[in-house]
Design a protein around this ligand. Structure first.
Ligand SMILES: [Zn+2]
Length: 129
């Protein structure tokens, strides 16, 4: 299990599955936020606790990006459709970074082609700092 906390401590997340990879995406939101995503299902392997604000990009309302209203950290995203529990967490908030450094990075070309790129051996530690 992994837990994560925003900078001010108002929002926490819990991921009860074992992540096998983290996704780095180059879309206009993810590139600006610097997020690494781990994916799951809210209410199953993902729980988010604390107040969040939701942001939907103007050109696509499929996802709500969740932020801490106090410190502004990106917490994760959830599907805007209430019948869809698909969600993701920002691995950057993990409380135990040492435990995720060897996870493979999956590069997702979210800017133009919206497709995953072939694995290139990059791990979280290569991009963390
Ligand atoms: Zn916060």
């Amino acid at each position: 299990m992994l837990t994560g906390t925003c900078h001010c401590g108002s929002v926490t997340w819990r991921f009860t599955a074992d992540p096998t990879q983290a996704t780095a995406c180059n879309c206009t939101i993810c590139a600006k936020a610097g997020t690494f995503w781990i994916y799951g299902t809210e209410g199953e392997d993902i729980d988010i606790t604390g107040p969040t604000t939701a942001y939907k990009r103007a050109d696509s309302g499929n996802l709500e990006f969740l932020h801490c209203p106090t410190c502004g950290n990106t917490i994760g995203w959830r599907a805007a459709d209430p019948d869809n529990n698909r969600a993701a967490l920002n691995l950057r908030l993990v409380d135990t970074p040492d435990t995720v450094m060897n996870l493979p990075i999956r590069h997702f070309e979210g800017l133009n082609t919206f497709t995953p790129l072939p694995d290139d051996g990059t791990t979280v530690k290569d991009l963390w700092f």
